[in-house]
Design a protein around this ligand. Sequence first.
Ligand SMILES: [Zn+2]
Length: 241
Amino acid sequence: MDAHPNLLLELQGVSLELRRQREQRAAYARRLTEIARTRQALLRELSQGETELNRLATAIRNGERELTALEEKLAHLRDRSAVVRTPKEAQALEHEMELLGQKKADAETQLLNQMEEQEKLEKKIADYRKETQAKIVALDAESQRLAQLSREADELISTLQSDEQRLLSMLSEEVRAIYTRLLEKQVIPMVAVVREASCSGCLTTLPSALVTDLLTKGGVEFCPSCKRLIYHSATPPPKGD
Ligand SMILES: [Zn+2]
C-alpha cells in the first residue's frame, strides 16, 4: 500500500500521546470529583458536631431554667412552712419540700453532667474544626492544581487532535481506514516493524513474499495475523526527506 512508514509512525506518536492525554484528563476529573466528595463529607461531619453542641447548649439552658423554677418553688414552700397551723399541714408541706429537694438534686446532677459533656465536645469540635480546615486548604490547593493541569491537557488535546487530522488526511483512504480501525479497536501499537521476517506486533512469521515485497518496494502492508500496518525498517526515505 502506498504510504510512507515515517508518516505512519509520526501519526502513531500523535495518536498515542492523544490517548495518554485523554486518559490523564479523565484521571484529573475523577480525582476532582473525589476531592469534592471528601470536602463535602468533612464539612457535613463538622456541621453534625456543631449541631450536637447546639443541642447540648439548649438542654443546658433549659436545665438551668428548670433549676431556677425549682428553687423558687422551694423558697415559696419555706415561706409557707412559717405560717402553717396544723401538724397535718406541716407534714404535707415537709413531704412536698422533700420531693422538690430530690428533684432539684437530680436536676443539678444532670446539669453538671451536661456541662462536662459540653466541655469535652467543645474541645473535640475545636480540634476537629482545626483539622478539617487544614484538610480543606490542602484539598482546595490540590483542586486548583488539577484544574490547571486539566486546562493544559485540554489545550494539548486540541493541538494533538488537529495534528492527528492533518496527518490522517495525508494518508490514502485505504490506509486511513485500516489505521482508524486499529486505533478504535485499541490494537496498540497500530504500526509494527518487520523484525527477522516476523511481525513485531504479534510475533507471527510473515510469508516471505510479503517480507520481500516490503523490503524492495517499501510502503506498508498489513499483517495477515493481527492486521497491524507493517513496514520494513530498510525502507528508503522518500525523495526530498
Ligand atoms: Zn501481526
